[in-house]
Design a protein around this ligand. Structure first.
Ligand SMILES: Cc1cc2nc3c(=O)[nH]c(=O)nc-3n(C[C@H](O)[C@H](O)[C@H](O)COP(=O)(O)OP(=O)(O)OC[C@H]3O[C@@H](n4cnc5c(N)ncnc54)[C@H](O)[C@@H]3O)c2cc1C
Length: 52
């Protein structure tokens, strides 16, 4: 894949940004330095991240 946009960080903001760019037709790649996403979230963000 040749990404047009690289998003650094797979937190809520990074994933939402990537999803919006993808929906707009951009080739997006997300780089996350840690394993998984949303490790801090225990409540509201967990459901949002599942949607993303
Ligand atoms: C201790 C704590 C507990 C919290 N608990 C909750 C909760 O229970 N419920 C809730 O709704 N909110 C909670 N929050 C708030 C929530 O975590 C933040 O509001 C939210 O994560 C901010 O999203 P973000 O995408 O801006 O940043 P982050 O979630 O911090 O995401 C940024 C990501 O970028 C990655 N990153 C950074 N630098 C690089 C790099 N150079 N290359 C690649 N990846 C990189 C990081 O690893 C990280 O995953 C908590 C916050 C803290 C500090």
């Amino acid at each position: 894949m040749s990404a047009e946009v690289i998003v650094a960080g797979g937190g809520p903001v990074g994933l939402a940004t990537a999803a919006l760019l993808d929906a707009a037709g951009a080739q997006v790649e997300v780089f996350e330095r840690d394993h998984g996403t949303g490790r801090r979230s225990k409540s509201s963000y967990q459901r949002i991240l599942m949607c993303l």
